[in-house]
Design a protein around this ligand. Sequence first.
Ligand SMILES: C[S@@+](CC[C@H](N)C(=O)[O-])C[C@H]1O[C@@H](n2cnc3c(N)ncnc32)[C@H](O)[C@@H]1O
Length: 267
Amino acid sequence: MFRSIRHRLALFTYSWHAIGPASMLRNSVRWSADAEARAVDSGFDARYGTDTNADLTPGEADILIDRHHAATMYLPTMDQDLAAMLAALPWPESLRRDATFIDLGSGKARVVLLAAMQRFRQIVGVELSPRLHLAAVRNVERVRDAGALVSPVRLVHGDATAFDAPPGPLVTYLYHPFREPIAALVMDRLVASLEASPRPAAILYCHPALQPGFHPSVFGQRDVFQLAVEGGRQTRGFLLGWSVWTNDAWLDRTTIPVPLVSGAGEA
Ligand SMILES: C[S@@+](CC[C@H](N)C(=O)[O-])C[C@H]1O[C@@H](n2cnc3c(N)ncnc32)[C@H](O)[C@@H]1O
């Protein structure tokens, strides 16, 4: 009871800063509408004995106070939304299997687990909150013990702005984890890594339409990524938007074919 009042207060303060009082009033119905959809989605935890369903503000997740306004609250991605984004990724199966799937802001590892049930080179989850990271470690152990993972998983407790992308093709997933200035820093680092070592990369980004999504220029930095597909999900007034970005066109421009060296037999 006391926890519930404290939680409601934390949510109220968080929403006040995240979307503002006017939008809170307009959208209270929409929040509850998605709560219904989320209740249906809690089947994941029932199936695997995990604990991924929660809504925790940055304060409740023990994120340091100076980062509260830069981080968003924890909510797991719904299975159907990740499935829709992966289905929209215009990559051949062979390229996908060779890619590292990275969830920046991985929370309790719902997406990490769903991705690790498919074939990728490896799955990496990066999470700032110590509390969520610990929960993620436990969740991964449970599902691994149940034999349900087909790809290796690495969980990193740290800040996405300091994460170095591994070599090889990359699929980077973001469920609106932080505010736009942090997203710009993260993208700058990713783009610098691709410029230093050009390779196929994709971004899967989704956000509740209640909060303004990142401006396209965040992903379009230095013309490396282009929008490939957009989509969304609507349930009784709640709207979730998503977009898939790829770097194929940039890669074609950047990867210059090696010129043929004249052979000794040529005149
Ligand atoms: C909306 S939740 C998404 C959780 C998970 N990706 C999923 O879709 O199920 C966003 C997560 O990003 C984390 N986060 C916020 N800022 C971060 C940062 N700078 N570095 C790493 N994680 C961060 C939050 O703690 C939260 O767990």
